[in-house]
Design a protein around this ligand. Structure first.
Ligand SMILES: [Zn+2]
Length: 92
């Protein structure tokens, strides 16, 4: 091996978001991954969401908000219709 041309490699621990960790050689000091062979669907055979940034939660919250808005609007419409019926009854 030629001297002074290769970067220094360290034996480091790779930690996964699932809690799994294993040792490997790397030029970086530490390594954090979101998916490893211990939790990837290809290896586990089970489907699951890999969500470290909370995107699924945010999407669900968005859906919930849209539902609430739609319900409020529907309630407003029925109220308006009831009011219109009342005024019509008065006019007659
Ligand atoms: Zn993992």
């Amino acid at each position: 091996m030629k001297q002074n041309v290769h970067p220094k490699t360290n034996l480091i621990n790779v930690t996964c978001a699932c809690g799994n960790s294993f040792a490997t050689l790397s030029t970086s000091a530490e390594l954090k991954v979101e998916v490893c062979s211990g939790c990837h669907p290809f290896f586990t055979g089970t489907q699951r969401f890999v969500d470290t940034t909370g995107r699924v939660e945010r999407f669900k919250a968005k859906l919930e908000t849209q539902k609430k808005v739609a319900e409020a609007e529907a309630a407003k419409k029925t109220k308006k219709a009831a009011k219109a019926e009342k005024t019509e009854a008065k006019a007659e």
